[in-house]
Design a protein around this ligand. Structure first.
Ligand SMILES: CC(C)(COP(=O)(O)OP(=O)(O)OC[C@H]1O[C@@H](n2cnc3c(N)ncnc32)[C@H](O)[C@@H]1OP(=O)(O)O)[C@@H](O)C(=O)NCCC(=O)NCCS
Length: 300
C-alpha cells in the first residue's frame, strides 16, 4: 500500500466488495470523457444501462478472481476514486480498465495505479491495452513504454442490401475453447484461456473451422463484434459479416479498435456503408499489431 503526494489517496489491492463502486467510478469516468471528446455530429453520450453495468461487474469479478495481484484501487475518505485492473494470459500482460475520478485526474493517481498494475506483469514478454482518446492516458501509456497504434471505428446502420451470403460459419460453444485458444496463440501469441469460460456466457459466439483457416467472433446483441480472431483474412471477413448480419435493421452498430494492419475490417465496414473515424489507440509492448484481429476493450 502507498499514499500519493498530490492527492490524499491510498493505493491498495481491490477487494470483491469494491466491485460495485469500481463499476460506478468507471461509468462516471468514461461518461465524462465521452462528453469531453465526442464530436457534435455523433450520438449524445449516455450513462451505462443497468444491464451493461451488471455485465461490467461480472467481468470485473472474473478478472479479480483470476488476477487479484493485477487489480488495484485508489481510495480516499470519500471512497474509491481510481482503479487499474490488469491480467496475465500466457506471457502477455493485458490492461482491462484504468480510470481516475474526473475531479482528481492529472494529480498523479493514475501514475501510481498503473505502476501497481504493471508490476503484476513482471516476467511477461508482451503487453497490450486499448487506449481511450484521453491525452492523459496516452501520455501515461507511452511513458510506460507502450507503442501507440492509432485505431479506427466504423459505425452506423448496416445496409442490408450489401450483406453477402456467408457459408460455413456456425454457432460456437464452450466446446470450441481449445480451437479458440489455438487461434489466439497463432494470431497474438497468447490464449484467452479462462476468459472464454466467461465470454461464452456473455456473448453469442460464431466459429469458422475449415481446412483453409479457422477463427471465432463474440458478438454483442446489437451485432457489433466484441472480439474477432482468425488465422486468415477470409475467415475473419466471413465472421465479421456474420456479426453485422445479426444487427438490428434500424439501429446502429460499431466495429471498433481497428488498426491499419486490419484493413480487411475497414473494407467490410465500408462495404456495409458504416462511417469510418479514428478513435483512440491500441497500445502494444514488444509485439506487432495482431492480424486478422479485432481486440475486445477489456480482454483484448
Ligand atoms: C487516464 C487516467 C486514468 C490517468 O489518471 P490521472 O490520475 O489523470 O493520471 P496522472 O495524473 O498520473 O497522469 C496524467 C499525465 O497527463 C498530464 N496531463 C494532465 N492533464 C492533461 C491534459 N489536459 N492534456 C495532456 N496531458 C495532461 C499530467 O501532467 C500527467 O503527466 P506527468 O505525470 O508526466 O506530469 C485518467 O485521466 C482518466 O480516468 N481519464 C478518463 C478515462 C480514461 O481515458 N481512461 C483510460 C482508459 S484507456
Amino acid at each position: 500500500m502507498s499514499t500519493t503526494g498530490a492527492a490524499p489517496a491510498t493505493i491498495r489491492p481491490m477487494r470483491e466488495a469494491d466491485v460495485p463502486a469500481v463499476e460506478r467510478l468507471t461509468d462516471e469516468g468514461f461518461y465524462e470523457l465521452d462528453v469531453r471528446t465526442t464530436p457534435p455530429d455523433r450520438p449524445v453520450p449516455a450513462r451505462r444501462s443497468q444491464g451493461r453495468a451488471l455485465r461490467w461487474q461480472r467481468r470485473m469479478h472474473h478478472i479479480l478472481a483470476h488476477d487479484p495481484g493485477g487489480c488495484w484501487v485508489a481510495e480516499t475518505q470519500d471512497g474509491v476514486v481510481g482503479v487499474a485492473a490488469a491480467m496475465k494470459r500466457d506471457l502477455t500482460w493485458i490492461l482491462a480498465t484504468f480510470v481516475v475520478s474526473p475531479a482528481l485526474q492529472g494529480q498523479g493517481l493514475g501514475s501510481r495505479l498503473l505502476e501497481s498494475a504493471l508490476d503484476h506483469g513482471r516476467g511477461c514478454l508482451r503487453g497490450m491495452l486499448s487506449a481511450s482518446p484521453d491525452p492523459r492516458a496516452a501520455r501515461r501509456y507511452r511513458l510506460a513504454g507502450f507503442s501507440l497504434h492509432p485505431t479506427m471505428d466504423l459505425s452506423g446502420v448496416v445496409d442490408r442490401s450489401c450483406l453477402p451470403v456467408v457459408e460455413r460459419v456456425r454457432e460456437g460453444s464452450s466446446s470450441d475453447i481449445d480451437l479458440m485458444d489455438s487461434v489466439d496463440r497463432q494470431v497474438r501469441d497468447s490464449a484467452h484461456g479462462v476468459d472464454h469460460e466467461l465470454l461464452t456466457t456473455l456473448y453469442r459466439l460464431v466459429v469458422v473451422d475449415r481446412s483453409t483457416g479457422s477463427g471465432y467472433a463474440y458478438v454483442e446483441s446489437d451485432g457489433s463484434p466484441y472480439l474477432v480472431a482468425a488465422t486468415n483474412r477470409r475467415s475473419a471477413t466471413d465472421l465479421l459479416w456474420e456479426c453485422l448480419a445479426s444487427s438490428d435493421p434500424a439501429a446502429s452498430c460499431t466495429v471498433g479498435h481497428v488498426t491499419p494492419a486490419n484493413e480487411w475490417a475497414v473494407d467490410v465496414g465500408l462495404a456495409a456503408r458504416l462511417d469510418l473515424r479514428s478513435q483512440g489507440y491500441l497500445g502494444l509492448r514488444h509485439m506487432k499489431p495482431p492480424m486478422p484481429y479485432l481486440p475486445s476493450g477489456h480482454f483484448l
